[in-house]
Design a protein around this ligand. Structure first.
Ligand code: R5P
Length: 219
């Protein structure tokens, strides 16, 4: 069984009672949207999404997408993550949607994250995405290198140069030690031109994990 499907099916009922739903980005959210469609839970609701990709997935199913600019606060936000530690710190932004994801997470009343059990990883270091204003890239890179961090500008196949987020900014991936994650999340904001990191330390969220046998656990 596909754990993304298992966990999406598991949480879909929770969305029934809400009218304004915040949605993240990625393969897991795509699966959830397929299930929302199957369960006829797209029409009659309003969606606020963390990326153009998710907005398209909703609008091609004739769902209503509200702009973040409207300032509407989702009653519930649902998304996935790239890694989660056993003490619920998440690393997000594999799809470069970290900034809007953090906005929606922050301004939503209830927050739920879903993913494969294999994303639960306690390791010494994590690759943490940063969204950075492009004219500040060289300053940020030299500052972080001076502090001893390993950094890469994120690139993708099919495009020359850096990946550009939906907000028009490049993404850096920085190696950060596990014990430093939450401190790094705060201190990185002091470097002018760093907009946001993909580290989520709030822990004010529920995390559901699924495996291939169809088992769902709450972290
Ligand atoms: O920028 C993308 C997001 O943070 C995603 O939630 C994360 O990368 C997980 O994506 P997927 O569901 O494709 O594993």
């Amino acid at each position: 069984m596909d754990p993304k499907e298992v966990v999406s099916q598991f949480v879909v009922n929770k969305l029934k009672e809400y009218q304004i739903i915040g949605l993240g980005t990625g393969r897991t959210v795509k699966k959830l949207i397929e299930i929302l469609e199957k369960e006829k839970l797209i029409q009659g609701k309003y969606f606020v999404a963390s990326s153009i990709d998710t907005e398209l997935e909703i609008s091609k199913r004739d769902g209503v997408v509200l702009s973040l600019f409207s300032g509407v606060k989702p009653q519930i936000y649902i998304d996935s993550f790239d890694y989660v530690t056993s003490d619920k710190i998440m690393i997000k932004g594999g799809g470069a949607a970290l900034l809007r994801e953090k906005m929606l997470y922050y301004f939503s009343s209830t927050k739920i994250f879903i993913g494969e059990e294999t994303k639960l990883k306690d390791q010494k270091e994590y690759l943490v995405p940063l969204e950075v204003v492009h004219v500040g890239l060289s300053y940020v890179i030299s500052d972080l290198k001076k502090q001893g961090y390993e950094i890469k500008i994120r690139e993708s196949n099919g495009k020359i140069g850096p990946i550009i987020s939906d907000n028009g900014n490049p993404i850096l991936d920085v190696k950060v030690k596990r014990e430093e994650l939450c401190e790094f999340e705060k201190k990185i904001k002091f470097i002018p031109s760093v907009i946001e990191s993909g580290i989520f330390c709030g822990k004010d969220y529920e995390i559901y994990l699924a495996n291939e046998d169809g088992r769902v656990t709450i972290l």
